[in-house]
Write a protein of this length. Structure first.
Length: 122
């Protein structure tokens, strides 16, 4: 599994490519922990290329979600593949995370919020 991080405004986009199993979940944990260590408070996990997720992957996502909440941060998921989404449904995770259809959708929503804030500030 490959994990990459790109920055978009104040959001760290963590993109996963491959299977998230017990071994690779550790890598995902390390990458998101690195974002937090650098002071990141907004994380978007792009699961467009993640075809499988084990319970270890779910634990990592839930743990990092809690870690971000403790520092008034937030985490969302996007582009969740159907098989992975089925796992989310079975585990009830779909009720915990904001889940967006695609990366462009959530980033555009963030851009729109930013434009609204700028237009209302003196």
């Amino acid at each position: 599994m490959d994990v990459t991080v790109s920055e978009r405004d104040d959001t760290a986009v963590v993109s996963v490519d491959g299977r998230i199993d017990a071994e690779s979940a550790k890598r995902l944990d390390t990458v998101i922990a690195g974002v937090l260590a650098r002071g990141g408070k907004r994380v978007l996990v792009n699961l467009e290329k993640a075809a499988y997720m084990s319970s270890s992957g779910l634990r990592v996502l839930l743990g990092k979600f809690r870690d971000l909440r403790r520092v008034d941060g937030e985490m969302a998921l996007c582009a969740v593949q159907p098989d992975v989404y089925k796992v989310f449904l079975m585990a009830g995770v779909h009720e915990v995370f904001p889940i967006y259809v695609g990366l462009d959708e959530i980033l555009a929503a963030g851009d729109e919020e930013k434009r609204e804030e700028e237009s209302t500030s003196p």
